[in-house]
Ligand binder design. Structure first.
Ligand SMILES: C[S@@+](CC[C@H](N)C(=O)[O-])C[C@H]1O[C@@H](n2cnc3c(N)ncnc32)[C@H](O)[C@@H]1O
Length: 458
């Protein structure tokens, strides 16, 4: 078995079977499998990510085609055969891998798995027919546009209906397309180590001519066609940059941290935004960071070391409970990058669309409001609290803020526009809805992100 997994397709098949059974977070599953079964060639490692994410991204459409081309109904296929078919069809329709290689590699995979010759013949025949009809494949009925889009773009119908009510048909389709696109890799330059100008020049001349400055964040660089491993890029170990989407970079600027301030990062995770706060304050803020998970805080500390930043005070556990024991009564600034459904980052994590349920948004609302209300007393008068999510859902965004403000009249909502205008001129206006920051994959080419600036007036 160990040997058979030293192959990108075998490992991809294993990953898909595991994922379909228990639905663990796909990123973590891939990291685990690639650590347990290291592939020596980095192209193979990249192929596993491409194939597994691709199949999960296009799951319903691939299954629709299997149903149309297979004599055996989908639910009667065993997981190995079903996922080998999904992998094969994905490669035929969504990659540049030559058809002959797809057919040969799929057969090799099934042979290695000791599948009977009739099964190999069955899979081969389906892939062969799909390849033949590639330009003229069956389509879901267009007469039922929501059903059509659910299959064509592989999104659960309940989410399609929810988004349709909000965006209408034409915009819904653009949102689905954008959420299925492969997002660019964006990095945030660490200005304490290198200037964006110099690093960009180096990247354009030596690594990736298409590298370009981010249009939104003054420290962002967009690496559209970068296919390598980020840790191998010059400057990573030297702490010259972090990986962070442009929209998420803007959150750090909206908090507007200053040297000497006492700042709480309530849900710090691996420290993507915590390290940005440290960089923006020239490493001179007192930062307190909480997260529920030791593993994330360990990574946060590693990131701070790599970036050459002074470690923040780090606490594991629920932030609302933890603060009661800390005896710090008043922070100058608080960042609440709240846990959420992540519907704004489906293009990065396609498994999100299959693990979320309709009721999650209401449940998240309660958790988010609890966190926000629990943190409010710890902000000093005149202090700023930035509430952020990577969700597109009003329940997790505007509704949390509106409910919070009804119960906490000592807080007021402030527009992010003045800060955005300084960062990206008139482009900033496109990111404003009412008094909120909102970015969308289909409107801005950014991750879907929400922020609200709350100031404590009394
Ligand atoms: C959106 S992620 C944060 C990402 C992080 N700010 C970054 O930029 O890398 C939300 C984080 O909140 C943490 N979390 C959830 N509930 C929490 C709680 N009650 N107290 C502290 N952290 C919590 C989760 O473990 C998760 O890492």
């Amino acid at each position: 078995m160990a040997n058979s997994l030293k192959d990108a397709r075998a490992l991809s098949l294993r990953a898909l079977i595991f994922w379909e059974k228990d639905k663990p977070p796909l990123d973590a599953l891939l990291t685990h499998l690639l650590t347990q079964n290291p592939l020596s060639d980095k192209r193979d490692r990249a192929l596993v990510g491409e194939l597994v994410n691709g199949v999960v991204r296009h799951l319903l459409y691939l299954d629709f085609l299997i149903e149309r081309f297979s004599k055996v109904p989908l639910h009667k296929l065993d997981p190995e055969v079903k996922n080998a078919l999904r992998l094969g069809i994905y490669q035929l329709l969504f990659t540049k891998i030559p058809e002959r290689a797809v057919l040969a590699e799929t057969l090799k995979l099934l042979l290695k798995r000791r599948r009977a010759s009739w099964i190999r013949g069955f899979v081969n025949a389906i892939l062969h027919r799909i390849a033949e009809k590639k330009a003229n494949l069956p389509e879901p009925p267009r007469a039922h546009p929501l059903y059509y889009m659910s299959i064509k773009y592989s999104f659960p119908e309940w989410l399609i209906i929810k988004w349709f009510k909000r965006f209408g048909l034409e915009e819904l389709e653009r949102l689905l397309q954008a959420s299925n696109s492969k997002p660019p890799l964006v990095i945030r330059v660490n200005p304490l180590r290198v200037s964006r100008e110099n690093f960009l020049k180096y990247l354009q001349e030596e690594v990736l001519p298409s590298a370009e400055p981010c249009k939104y964040s003054p420290y962002g660089i967009v690496l559209k066609e970068f296919r390598g491993e980020i840790a191998e890029l010059k400057g990573f170990e030297l702490g010259w940059f972090s990986v962070q989407d442009s929209a998420s970079q803007l959150a750090g600027f909206l908090l507007d941290p200053k040297p000497g301030e006492l700042i709480l990062d309530a849900c710090a995770g691996v420290g993507g935004k915590t390290s940005h706060i440290a960089e923006l304050t020239n490493n001179q803020a007192e930062i307190v960071a909480f997260d529920l998970y030791e593993s994330r805080l360990k990574k946060l500390k590693e990131n701070f070391r790599r970036l050459g930043l002074r470690e923040p005070k780090v606490f594991k556990g629920d932030v609302v409970e933890g603060l009661k024991r800390l005896k710090i009564r008043s922070f100058d600034k608080i960042l609440l990058d709240a846990p959420c459904s992540g519907t704004g980052i489906i293009r990065r994590h396609p498994d999100i669309k299959w693990v979320r349920r309709k009721k999650d948004f209401r449940e998240n609302f309660k958790k988010q409001l609890h966190l926000l209300s629990g943190l409010a007393p710890y902000l000093k008068k005149g202090g700023k609290l930035l509430y952020a999510t990577c969700s597109l859902e009003p329940e997790e965004n505007e509704e949390v803020i509106e409910t919070f403000l009804e119960k906490n009249p000592e807080f007021s909502l402030h527009s992010p526009l003045p800060i955005l205008k300084k960062l990206c001129a008139e482009r900033g206006e496109t990111l404003i809805e009412g008094t909120f920051f909102k970015s969308y994959p289909h409107r801005h080419g950014l991750d879907g992100f929400f922020s609200a600036i709350l100031i404590r007036d009394a």
